[in-house]
Write a protein that binds this ligand. Structure first.
Ligand code: HEC
Length: 165
């Protein structure tokens, strides 16, 4: 009996510990529930319904604040492990705050990288894996993340951390 309990205890400690380790430097995307986000319905049918410009950029302030808040947690759970906490890259992987919201090409590039990933280590988190019907992260989540990153960009420019192009 005593052994059983101590083994159970050991198992709990191990599970607890690995949970702890995972919480830091976690690079495994956790997914996100975007059901509270404004739905994006006017995308290109032939491109899996994607829009190629951030549709949340022009939202009213109140809704945008909600979107940014959701984007912040979705970023933390799915991107921060590689792109840095608070969207501040440690310098190894691209700093997403460098993407210019004024540039149509940068929005397109965002979509491209998320749908198709890159052989250099960017997972296709917005693409539909073979044999499945849904992407790991839908575009409501991804545009919310982009909107959050754009808010971080404004702060970074104010603080002289990155340059506005
Ligand atoms: C497992 C690590 C990893 C995760 C997780 C990850 N990325 Fe990346 N990402 C990369 C790497 C590495 C690159 C550079 C790829 C290259 O240059 O070919 C990259 C590139 C990008 C680019 C292109 C940036 C540029 O300036 O060229 C975008 C946009 C991007 N990631 C967005 C995201 C978003 C949004 C998330 C979360 C939803 C995410 N990534 C999660 C590793 C990751």
């Amino acid at each position: 009996m005593k052994t059983k309990i101590s083994m159970l205890f050991a198992a709990l400690v191990i599970t607890g510990l690995s949970g702890h380790v995972l919480a830091h430097g976690n690079v495994i995307p956790q997914g996100a529930d975007s059901s509270a986000m404004p739905p994006i319905t006017d995308g290109d049918e032939s491109e899996n319904g994607w829009v190629f410009e951030n549709p949340y950029r022009s939202l009213d302030e109140e809704t945008k604040t909600k979107v940014i808040k959701f984007g912040e947690s979705a970023y933390a759970n799915n991107c921060a492990g590689c792109h840095g906490l608070h969207a501040q890259s440690g310098g190894i992987n691209p700093d997403l705050r460098e993407l210019d919201p004024e540039s149509f090409e940068d929005d397109e590039w965002f979509v491209e990288r998320l749908r198709f990933g890159s052989a250099k280590g960017m997972p296709a988190l917005g693409g539909i894996p073979e044999g499945q019907t849904d992407p790991i992260l839908d575009q409501e989540t991804l545009w919310a993340i982009k909107t959050y990153v754009e808010a971080r960009r404004v702060v970074a420019i104010e603080e002289g951390e990155i340059e506005a192009d």
